[in-house]
Design a protein around this ligand. Structure first.
Ligand SMILES: [Fe+2]
Length: 190
């Protein structure tokens, strides 16, 4: 189940928590972030890569490209046994920005997005069927977890928009990563 937590950016454990998709969308809309529940029901093999995922979701991709003027699409597909899982995880784990607006559509698995806006950090656990946007220039990081299991379609206007510009802020270390985030959920609200 998708979940949003809003923390002060000082890294306190105190947070507001939302699990209802409409409430998550409403909270994120206030900061210019689009969040939608889509249907992700196309059959994919566990090892499905870029071509297979793009072919399965061609109609959704075409609509997103047309509506948003995207010209570039790729797929991040990481399975728990991916040989480069640690390097892939580390790459996304530090706060960075992109010069372009990005949309991600999770077609399988999950991942934890952190968006840093003003004095707040919005942690969004995205799961299969979730679509989320990251506006250009918004500081963010993303955790795949120790045992990554995700397939997400990423759309950008230009290929160069994918380049991460790191902020060199170690803020990500002050927030729970995927495993702890999930464990806290099982313990109930903090
Ligand atoms: Fe990013």
């Amino acid at each position: 189940m998708s979940e949003l937590r809003i923390y002060p950016d000082s890294g306190s454990e105190r947070h507001q928590r939302f699990v209802d998709a409409a409430e998550i969308a409403a909270q994120l809309a206030e900061i210019g972030v689009r969040f939608e529940r889509w249907t992700a029901d196309k059959p994919l093999t566990p090892q499905a890569g870029q071509e297979e995922v793009i072919a399965a979701y061609r109609a959704d991709i075409d609509r997103l490209m047309k509506d948003n003027g995207f010209r570039s699409v790729d797929v991040i597909s990481v399975s728990p046994d991916h040989p480069d899982r640690k390097a892939l995880r580390d790459k996304f784990l530090s706060e960075h920005v992109h010069t372009e607006f990005e949309v991600r559509f999770f077609v399988d698995g999950r991942g934890l997005f952190f968006l840093h806006i003003d004095d707040w950090v919005y942690a969004v656990l995205c799961e299969k069927g979730d679509l989320i946007s990251v506006p250009s220039g918004v500081r963010h990081w993303f955790d795949l977890g120790e045992h990554p299991d995700v397939k997400a379609i990423r759309l950008f206007s230009e290929q160069s928009g994918w380049v991460a510009h790191y902020t060199n802020d170690d803020i990500a270390q002050r927030f729970p990563l995927l495993e702890r985030f999930l464990a806290e959920r099982e313990m109930g609200p903090v």
